[in-house]
Ligand binder design. Structure first.
Ligand SMILES: Nc1ncnc2c1ncn2[C@@H]1O[C@H](COP(=O)(O)OP(=O)(O)OP(=O)(O)O)[C@@H](O)[C@H]1O
Length: 299
């Protein structure tokens, strides 16, 4: 079930939050949605979910509209986390699962499995307000996936989590994909998108500036990085034609080059100058691409 957005636009008064966005989100894959604060990611998710009406354009899923009737097929982790603080974890999850058409007995079984998996079984009968923020986020993630949705939309799922919990959630996301769920997630962290997504879109002021398959995006970017590990001063490499960036490291440097061919020149200039431990020619990172297209880095 492919999710298609065609020329989707959202205006709030005279302000355009999403501007003629056309993307295709293939099924059973993880699609990454990147963009600076205010780029239009959450607004796009709300339109996909039918929580906001678009001003123009079409959104279709499996060639039909997504409506409230499909809530059992869709899971959503909103950016503004919101569980009922006074309700106990299990009661709350059962309630939300029943809203999505699950039977209580099935829900209880699933809940136990997820709480174990996320290493929080002891919170089952605790009120949500007694949990740390990170653990509340895990519970909210569980509420988005309990009913085994076909389409899962995750707005900044990893924000505010410690590295161990980030890994735990990432693993869950990958397993859900492998089980056949189509997943769209937004993030400010390039490395998460780079690691998890085959397809992605970078939004800038509501317009997609990069869109497609990660591998092809990297290939078509042209520029590459070189990492040199050497025991002598490499700063002269900065002056080679085609070297667009130079960053000294404690032992060596990192370079950005205009195209792959420049690597030969850099390699040649290293010859005979001293001991070179490593010379690596690497693909551009998503961060490099983002900086060039959007002009700002989050790091
Ligand atoms: N209900 C609303 N009324 C008016 N403007 C809005 C409304 N919702 C969003 N906007 C504006 O639309 C733009 C896009 O917001 P959106 O929340 O989609 O961005 P985002 O990419 O999710 O940002 P962030 O990374 O900060 O979550 C922002 O400039 C925001 O102020």
């Amino acid at each position: 079930m492919t999710l298609r957005l065609k020329e989707v636009t959202k205006k709030f008064g005279s302000f355009t939050a999403v501007d003629h966005l056309s993307i295709e989100i293939p099924e059973k894959q993880i699609f990454g949605f990147l963009g600076a604060n205010g780029a239009g990611k959450t607004t796009t998710f709300r339109m996909i979910l039918g929580l906001l009406d678009q001003t123009g354009g079409d959104i279709s899923w499996n060639n039909g509209n997504i409506g409230y009737g499909e809530s059992h097929l869709i899971g959503y982790l909103p950016e503004e986390r919101g569980l009922y603080p006074k309700l106990k974890v299990q009661d709350q999850l059962v309630y939300l699962a029943k809203l999505r058409g699950m039977k209580k007995a099935d829900a209880l079984k699933e809940i136990d499995g997820w709480l174990e998996r996320f290493k929080v079984p002891e919170y089952k009968h605790k009120k949500v307000e007694e949990l740390s923020k990170g653990n509340q986020q895990k519970i909210q993630f569980i509420s988005a996936v309990l009913h085994k949705p076909k389409l899962l939309i995750l707005d900044e799922p990893f924000s505010g989590l410690d590295p161990v919990n980030v890994e735990m959630l990432k693993k869950a996301v990958v397993d859900l994909k492998e089980a056949g769920t189509s997943i769209v997630f937004s993030s400010h962290r390039m490395e998460h998108v780079e690691e998890l997504c085959e397809h992605l879109c970078i939004l800038h002021h509501g317009t997609p500036v990069v869109h497609g398959r990660l591998k092809e995006i990297k290939k078509s970017f042209g520029k590459k990085n070189i990492r040199v590990h050497a025991d002598f001063d490499t700063s002269y490499l900065e002056n080679i034609r085609g070297v667009t960036k130079y960053k000294p490291l404690s032992e060596g440097c990192e370079l950005q080059i205009e195209s792959e061919e420049i690597a030969q020149d850099v390699f040649g200039e290293l010859h005979g100058k001293g001991f070179v431990r490593t010379f690596d020619l690497e693909e551009p990172t998503l961060n490099d691409i983002f900086i060039e297209k959007v002009g700002a880095s989050y790091e």
